[in-house]
Design a binder for this molecule. Structure first.
Ligand SMILES: [Zn+2]
Ligand SMILES: [Zn+2]
Length: 314
């Protein structure tokens, strides 16, 4: 693997000791403009490093473009002290599992997948195709129900798969005056069961987990707050290779974090955590301030990634 990482020691002027107490040193779940986030990858990395993050995973939906760009030969060096790990988030369709409560989707993070694994790239390329088809169908559906968003979409949007997700449509609904905010657009129009909702197609969670594991990644279920009451589901997913659980999503309150951690420990799952930063709520630092990820959790997640070869040595 032709990979690079930033120097680990001595090169930066902001060692951990100077960071405010409780600063999360890792963020294993972020998004950029290479999927439905707002920031360019280089800008996200800059803001995350400035906020005190030392281990960062960009987990764009169905693609590793941000990682590839940031580590390509000739790319600007990463901020001193920051290590970047390749990752993806796969929004799996919950076919074949009894997941009525989960709005038809289970999000699977693949952290530390091999960016040069061709079979994995083919699998996520197929996901991108399904995403594109759903996007077009949703635009048509919105048109049919009297919400013509097309005029509020960047005309070049279909040229790449980068932004073809519901957050983009939510922003267009806001721009068109059809919704008050991205949140409002999801709640009333684009959310599961709402008039602008089109079902997803593509990989199921078991397939997603197997694909991630086959590519050497840590497979972690994202932001599933009901995990503590879904033990059997987790066991079924573990049979397919699930080895992580996002116990420290920035949206979780302390009680949820505690219950999630207890579940992960009981089942032997690696705890992961992240902001799930997209950029709609302002600069990265604001989301990072809400991320609680104790040092021992970061240390165990780092160890799990290290056994998979991440961060990569130059
Ligand atoms: Zn998600
Ligand atoms: Zn996410």
């Amino acid at each position: 693997m032709a990979l690079r990482h930033a120097p680990q020691d001595g090169a930066g002027e902001s060692p951990a000791a100077e960071l405010p107490r409780g600063t999360a040193m890792a963020d294993l779940h972020t998004h950029t403009r290479r999927s439905d986030g707002v920031l360019e990858p280089a800008e996200l990395v800059r803001q995350a490093a400035a906020a005190g993050v030392r281990l960062l995973a960009i987990a764009d939906h169905d693609n590793l473009a941000a990682y590839r760009e940031l580590t390509a030969p000739g790319a600007a060096p990463l901020p001193p002290g920051l290590s970047l790990v390749p990752a993806v988030e796969i929004n799996a369709v919950t076919k074949g599992l009894d997941l009525a409560l989960l709005e038809g989707e289970l999000h699977v993070l693949g952290i530390g997948v091999d960016p040069d694994d061709e079979a994995f790239e083919a699998a996520i390329a197929a996901q991108r195709g399904a995403r594109r088809a759903r996007f077009t169908k949703t635009v048509d559906r919105l048109q049919d129900i009297g919400l013509p968003v097309e005029a509020h979409l960047d005309p070049s949007i279909m040229e790449s798969d980068d932004a073809l997700g519901r957050p983009t449509l939510a922003r267009a609904l806001v721009a068109g005056g059809f919704a008050e905010s991205v949140e409002d657009a999801f709640r009333r129009i684009l959310g599961h069961g709402m008039p602008g909702y089109v079902s997803r197609t593509g990989m199921g969670p078991l397939e997603a987990i197997r694909a991630i594991r086959a590519a050497g990644g840590l497979a972690s279920i994202a932001h599933l707050a009901e995990a503590p009451t879904r033990r059997q589901l987790l066991l079924d997913l573990m049979d397919a290779g699930l080895d992580g659980l996002e116990t420290h999503h920035a949206s979780f309150d302390e009680e949820t974090r505690r219950a999630m951690s207890a579940t992960a420990v009981e089942l032997g799952l690696v705890e992961t955590g992240g902001t799930d930063y997209h950029g709609d709520l302002g600069p990265y630092a604001g989301s990072h301030a809400r991320l609680v990820m104790p040092e021992d959790v970061v240390a165990r997640a780092s160890d799990a990634l290290r056994t998979r070869g991440w961060p990569a040595r130059p």
